[in-house]
Design a protein. Structure first.
Length: 427
């Protein structure tokens, strides 16, 4: 049973439902209005030539398939937000697999393709990940990641909800996709729209704009991903900060790749499978050939390249060829000692680094020995490599020379007052 249902039983179903109706009306969840909110959201996306991903509960989809098909035809992705809006971390693996199977079949009956999942309340556990893989899902976007941008706007309510969501601090964990078995895990950025409207304390109207802009600028600086969360029913209240983020994202150089979650998951998987061949040639030169998906980007710093290049960012330039020769007495890649954890090699390859296992540390411009590796080591390791003043050739994380990525998302828990009321009865 989810926490909301427990609260309902404690206060009485009727009073709680009446309160839910008042909340729903506040955000325009009267019949037809959320459809118009989705239309307004889609118009903003069209203005900036991009799309979005909306996780939706399957029971809500099954009650309103024609509305969802309309926006799916406009290029918006819909993902599973549970069969019903229940806490998956409280279900057994068998029950989670059953719920996810029901959800997939509901999408299939409605004619909506689906590959992704976000857990209600951002709750998940290891059984969730196993059940998602067993049911053939491609990605999960349930891990909250909190950015330290609220400054003096924080409240006890915001800190409480971060704990409830199980959010990790972005200062310690990179905001990047990662592969868990066959599943691509995509973090969800906080603060989201709920925090901006209900959890944080703003004294000036434009303060809320600055929070999302701060996350965008930080992810661009780090080359990471900003997964912005905005429930469609709040589009009117959050129109200004959303527009500010999209406008700045379109102006940054190197560019920001604005993509749906399914596109990000597909790219992360295929780019990780790129093949780099390195051959020694005469006079301390190396011949490189890169074979990867369309959009694969080669970056180089402090090394001679016999191919056209363009400035990219910081010390890096973008190599405008996939086969070229390097002039270097040392190998401008990341060398790993044989005793280094295999998790290090896997993580670095996912970031685009060219990794070689070798005992000959003297042959590499960057050499690492790290027998133990846990999630908290990821950000320090990236900083160690990027801050080193050494020659390096690597692949870019994002397609077509983009420095960072932005995904616009928003959970749909209900499309009408009826949907919203039934949610509190786990229906």
């Amino acid at each position: 049973m989810n926490p909301i249902t427990v609260a309902v039983k404690g206060k009485g179903y009727l009073n709680f439902l009446r309160r839910g109706v008042r909340i729903a009306r506040r955000y325009g969840m009267t019949p037809g209005k959320l459809d118009r909110a989705l239309g307004r959201f889609a118009a903003v996306l069209h203005q900036f030539d991009c799309s979005a991903s909306f996780p939706i509960t399957s029971v809500t989809l099954s009650r309103n398939p024609e509305v969802i098909r309309k926006y799916q035809a406009q290029g918006i992705e819909f993902a599973v937000h549970g069969y019903r809006h229940v806490d998956h971390s409280r279900l057994s693996r068998v029950d989670q697999r059953t719920q996810l199977g029901l959800a997939r079949r509901s999408f299939e009956r409605s004619g909506i393709p689906v590959v992704g999942f976000r857990g209600p309340y951002l709750h998940w556990n290891s059984d969730t990940l196993a059940a998602l893989q067993q049911q053939g899902f491609v990605y999960d976007s349930s891990q909250g990641l909190a950015w330290d941008v609220v400054d003096g706007h924080g409240t006890a309510a915001y800190r409480h909800v971060l704990g409830f969501y199980g959010a990790l601090p972005a200062r310690d964990y990179p905001s990047l996709p990662s592969l868990t078995g066959t599943l691509v895990r995509i973090p969800y950025s906080l603060p989201d729209d709920e925090a901006l409207i209900e959890r944080l304390d703003f004294k000036a109207p434009n303060d809320s704009n600055m929070l999302w802009l701060a996350i965008l600028r930080r992810t661009h600086e780090l080359g990471e991903l900003f997964t912005l969360g905005l429930h469609p029913e709040r589009i009117r209240l959050c129109l200004e900060p959303l527009t500010a983020v999209l406008a700045e994202a379109r102006s940054l150089t190197p560019e920001v790749w604005i993509a749906r979650l399914d596109e990000i998951a597909a790219w992360w998987r295929t780019r990780t499978e790129a093949v780099v061949e390195v051959t020694d040639v005469a006079d301390s030169r190396l011949r490189m050939t890169v074979t990867g998906p369309r959009g694969t980007t080669v970056l180089a710093r402090f090394v001679e390249v016999d191919a056209p290049t363009i400035p990219w960012g910081g010390s890096y330039c973008q190599v405008e060829a996939k086969t070229f020769t390097l002039g270097s007495s040392l190998r401008p890649f990341v060398g790993l000692s044989p005793a280094t954890s295999t998790k290090v090699a896997d993580f670095l390859r996912q970031q685009g680094y060219i990794v070689e296992i070798s005992e000959e540390s003297h042959r590499y411009t960057c050499y690492i020995h790290q027998a133990e590796f846990v999630a908290e080591h990821k950000r320090p390791l990236l900083a160690q490599i990027e801050k080193a003043e050494c020659s390096l050739v690597r692949l870019g994380r994002w397609p077509d020379g983009a420095r960072s990525a932005l995904a616009i998302t928003g959970d749909i828990d209900a499309l009408t007052l009826w949907d919203y009321g039934l949610r509190f009865f786990e229906r």
